[in-house]
Design a protein around this ligand. Structure first.
Ligand code: G6P
Length: 608
């Protein structure tokens, strides 16, 4: 949610900032801006709209600079507009870019107005620029003014600060919103994530909450929020993984869907033996701690929440351990109940989702759970806040609608299932079967990916509709929800998912010849009942498309069936989601929406 990039260098920084913004655009894309210094003067260029529009306005051919900050915005306070776009400035002296929310901005604004400051935007960010200016006017140097400012701020924020009177210094602040430092030879950068700078450097320092980084071309000074010096080690990352090359695909979402077979392989690599999960993959001490676990709590948002709901079924069936799944945004509203030893799992692609993160912190404060995160980003806040982490290894996911992260989350949750089954001595024969089926999964995903013709046929039935209904039962209900989520996110078609049994309790009223219904028809004990639900829809002239491992594939203008490869029932949801992703994708393509950057959404939701 909002992307920050800034840097100081001997070379011209502007093309680096613009490319950094392009790479961060998945975090927010309603407006963008840059402040850069040339010959002691700071220029500000802002734009409502995309980074490409900003680049055109900036005129990269003639403008040059060695130090600057830039921002791509996802609006929280104030409409997307040039005025509300960052950077914000105070008296053309202090320039600030901000990711996050300043909760006490109204009170600060009143105080600053009394001090004579004028506000020109509707944002919460502007108070930060004015506060820093106020403290410099009171005689503080820039570092101390920033320290005094953040002492006043309540909320989550990452900041980049530029000061006209400190021509060679750039300041970065991290407080519950991500910020990394990139290092090059006689050049230093800040950014919301590695992706922004991976074409520039592979050396990064990962800031902790409450830290301030003072960057000069050849030096980085990091302090705590009270000014005490801190040391951060430099880590080398594989920057090749952070490519923004479409590799011949039309969209990142399409590329990421078609990578799913490979990334599942990557996420299982070295983590399975012949018959089991490999010991120690969750870290030293995890399995010992798991012996005493009698309760599982999962916290996640969006697509990651759906992965959690599937694990809930696995946990009850194969472990006999009670598992509860809550949205990150809802978990804290339930009074915590004291239970026996709990394993608290957060699931997240980004590792930065504010609701999931704050619920994890809340859980740690109100109880004593063992915490594990299933996460796609090493060094993310969730990885750092958790006792244990298993990386999903999906590689960077750029399309806002999550796809490959989801299937790798399920693969990793399956590794967790196998590990807990082993630790709790459950069902050795089943463990062996699950292990074999898991190894086979990439092959089945590959087969499923090949049926693009059928998915396009279904998309043609959908793309002119206003609504669609998804049905599933048991562990296929979370998949139905994921299918509905994908469709609504990128095609803007209103889509809802219902458990098949709930059809008669309301949604049946919506069915007529204009309502397409997509039903998951598994080869398990629910098939007869879901078949009855499908009949109920067909009897009311709804167009039904079923997806499952039985029958024959046949689609016509009235709907039909897509046969997918069969595996163990517990793993078939992972195969079933692929057609739903591609149906949503082709529907959006036929509608002509901006698939990778759907309106109003952002990939990494770093505000609550
Ligand atoms: C946003 C993204 C979704 C994602 C959700 C949770 O809404 O657009 O694709 O599922 O956040 O994000 P996380 O990074 O925690 O998995």
């Amino acid at each position: 949610m909002c992307g920050i990039v800034g840097g100081t260098s001997n070379r011209n920084i502007l093309p680096i900032l613009i490319e950094g913004l392009r790479r961060l655009e998945y975090r927010g894309y309603d407006s963008a801006g840059v402040a850069y210094k040339t010959n002691g003067k700071i220029s500000l260029v802002k734009n409502a709209g995309r980074v490409d529009d900003l680049a055109a306005k900036l005129n990269l051919k003639t403008n040059k600079s060695n130090i600057g900050i830039a921002h791509t915005r996802w609006a929280t306070h104030g409409v997307p507009s040039e005025k509300n776009a960052h950077p914000h400035n105070s008296k053309n002296n202090i320039y600030v870019v901000h990711n996050g929310i300043i909760e006490n901005h109204s009170a600060l604004k009143e105080m600053l107005k009394k001090e004579g400051f004028k506000f020109s935007s509707q944002t919460d960010t502007e108070v930060i620029a004015h506060l820093i200016q106020l403290y410099t006017e009171k005689g503080k140097d820039l570092d101390s003014a920033v320290i005094s400012t953040i002492a006043k701020l309540k909320g989550a924020y990452a900041l980049g600060v530029l000061d006209k009177n400190n021509p060679d210094t750039l300041i970065g602040v991290r407080q519950q919103s991500p910020l990394v430092i990139g290092e090059g030879f006689e050049e230093k950068f800040i950014a919301s994530d590695i992706m922004a700078l991976s074409n520039i450097t592979n050396k990064f320092k990962f800031m902790d909450d409450g830290q301030i980084a003072i960057l000069e071309k050849d030096q980085i000074t990091v302090t705590s929020s009270s000014g005490v010096a801190a040391r951060l080690k430099t880590q080398e990352v594989d920057s090749n993984a952070y490519t923004n090359d479409l590799k011949g695909y039309s969209h990142f979402m399409e590329k990421e869907i078609f990578e799913q077979s490979d990334v599942i392989k990557d996420s299982l690599e070295g983590r399975l033996t012949k018959n089991e999960s490999q010991e120690g993959i969750f870290g030293v001490g995890f399995e010992k701690e798991m012996k005493n676990i009698s309760n599982i709590q999962i916290i996640a948002c969006g697509t990651s929440f759906h992965a959690g709901r599937i694990f809930e079924f696995w946990s009850h069936k194969f472990l006999g351990i009670n598992c509860r799944v809550d949205y990150g945004s809802e978990y804290q509203y339930q009074e915590p109940i004291k239970t026996d030893k709990t394993l608290l799992i957060t699931i997240s692609q980004s590792g930065e989702t504010a609701d999931t993160l704050s619920s994890l912190k809340f859980a740690k404060k109100s109880g004593d759970p063992v915490t594990l995160t299933i996460c796609n980003v090493a060094n993310s806040s969730l990885c750092r806040e958790s006792d244990y982490a298993l990386l999903t290894k999906a590689g960077p996911e750029i399309g806002v609608a999550s796809t490959k992260a989801f299937v790798t989350q399920l693969a990793c949750l399956n590794l967790l299932l196998l590990t807990l089954m082993r630790v709790h001595n459950k069902l050795p024969a089943a463990r062996k079967k699950i292990t074999a089926a898991l190894k086979d999964l990439p092959k089945l995903i590959n087969k499923t990916l090949k049926m693009t013709g059928e998915y396009k046929q279904v998309a043609k039935l959908l793309f002119k509709r206003n609504s669609a209904l998804f049905l599933g039962r048991g562990l296929y209900f979370p998949i139905a929800r994921e299918g509905a989520l994908k469709l609504k996110e990128i095609s803007y078609i209103h889509a809802e998912a219902y458990p098949g049994g709930e059809l008669k309790h309301g949604p049946l009223a919506l069915i007529d010849k204009n309502m397409p219904v997509i039903a998951l028809a598994p080869d398990n004990e629910h098939l007869a009942k879901i078949t009855s639900n499908i009949e109920e829809v067909a009897a009311r002239k709804g167009k039904v498309i079923t997806i499952g491992p039985l029958g024959r594939t046949k689609i016509d203008k009235n709907g039909g069936h897509i046969k997918i490869p069969k595996t163990l029932d517990l793993l078939n949801p992972i195969v079933s989601v692929v057609p739903l992703q591609l149906i949503a994708y082709y529907t959006a393509v036929f509608k002509g929406t901006d698939v990778d950057k759907p309106r109003n959404l952002a990939k990494s939701v770093t505000v609550e």
